[in-house]
Ligand binder design. Structure first.
Ligand code: MRU
Length: 357
């Protein structure tokens, strides 16, 4: 199955603007299936089930969801329209708690609505503005990923061995991705990287999605189990770690897929640079430190049965399934954003960057 990252948007709007067309990532890599989504319940389920996943991609999707919902509610009177949009936004926002891009995009769309209401626009005109804003969020994401890829590539060298965790590529964003952006861009420019993808238990985003993207792009890629990173680093096979992020607190503490903080601790021990890559929309200046980031807990069966022909543990065994962890800012060599490369102290670097937006 082949998908080209430069032409593939995991989410987009249909020509008639009534459906959001979503590449169902739960089916990859075996099947390429597109869902046509138009109800609030389908939108919620697409995020919750990880058909749409990856922080920036969830943000782009949420922008389109709010636009489609606004169009569905445009025949309501202004007061009911506003009330309904706020309720729908709050419901959608409750689908996943950790990736800040979801609430960021919903808030951005509600702000567009509020501005329209304040200037006395009718709901159908406001719905058009939400559509324009959704398209803008999407195209911003494409250009931010490109800039992140350029900044990230400036830190890498031809021949580097690179380790990544989870999937922070085109499937998790639009086009180049964040964590995989420098790798894909480097490949286009003739760099020969050796990329190791942690399989990323329990949902296997590394094995299923990162390997799928990199193999399709012709990158030399090897899937390893999550517990192999230490050996790879000890053997000198890793010159840098590149990961995405779901929320960066004001002090640089970073939430990303469960297992990321362990990789960061190993990287520090072995003296390997640990880079976090993400757009400004993943920085949450309202959360002072990582302690304030809510960690999503998911169903036990994702560990016990989901990727096994038979249950991999006995009935009665208990499971704990946190989907993310927080990497302490002291373990991060640089945070690579669309605005440039941030260095410690991150509280100051982040405040300066976000203040300048
Ligand atoms: O649960 P997921 O698959 O949505 O988790 C995704 C990650 O943790 C990514 O690394 C993160 O969202 C950054 S994507 C550019």
């Amino acid at each position: 199955m082949e998908l080209r990252y430069k032409e593939t948007d995991p989410v987009r709007l249909s020509e008639d603007r009534e459906n959001i067309i979503v590449l169902d990532q739960t089916k990859l890599p075996e099947e390429v299936v597109y869902l046509h989504i138009n109800t609030l319940e389908q939108m919620y389920d697409a995020i919750k089930s990880l058909a749409v996943r990856g922080a920036p991609c969830i943000g782009v999707f949420a922008g389109y969801c709010m636009a489609v919902l606004a169009s569905q509610h445009k025949s309501l009177n202004a007061e009911d329209f506003e009330k309904r949009m706020k309720e729908d936004g709050a419901y959608l926002d409750s689908s996943r708690p950790t990736a800040v891009n979801l609430s960021w995009a919903i808030k951005r769309q509600l702000k567009v609505m509020d501005t329209g209401v304040e200037s006395g626009l009718a709901p159908d005109k406001i719905a058009t503005r939400l559509y324009d804003e959704a398209v803008e969020i999407h195209s911003e994401d494409i250009s931010m990923c490109m800039r992140i890829a350029e900044h990230g590539l400036s830190l890498l060298h031809d021949g580097d061995g690179l380790l990544t965790h989870c999937n922070a590529g085109a499937l998790a964003t639009t086009r180049y991705g964040t964590g995989l952006g420098p790798i894909l861009l480097g490949r286009e420019r003739g760099y020969e990287f050796h990329v190791y993808s942690d399989e990323t238990r329990p949902l296997l985003q590394g094995a299923r999605l990162t390997a799928f993207e990199l193999v399709n792009a012709g990158v030399d890629e090897t899937v390893v189990c999550d517990n192999m990173a230490s050996l790879l680093m000890k053997q000198g096979k890793i010159q840098a770690v590149l990961v995405g992020c779901d929320r960066i607190a004001a002090n640089g503490d970073t939430a990303n897929k469960i297992g990321t903080s362990g990789v960061a601790i190993l990287a520090k021990y072995y003296g390997v640079p640990f880079y976090v890559l993400g757009p400004y929309s993943t920085i949450d200046v309202n959360t002072p430190t990582g302690d304030g980031i809510e960690i999503e807990e998911r169903e036990p069966d994702e560990i016990r049965t989901m990727w096994y022909e038979r249950p991999m543990a006995p009935k009665g065994a208990k499971f704990y399934n946190p989907a993310f962890d927080v990497t302490d800012h002291s373990l991060i060599t640089s945070i690579i954003t669309d605005k440039g490369i941030l260095k410690p102290p991150y509280d100051r670097a982040i405040a300066a960057m976000m203040g300048s937006r």
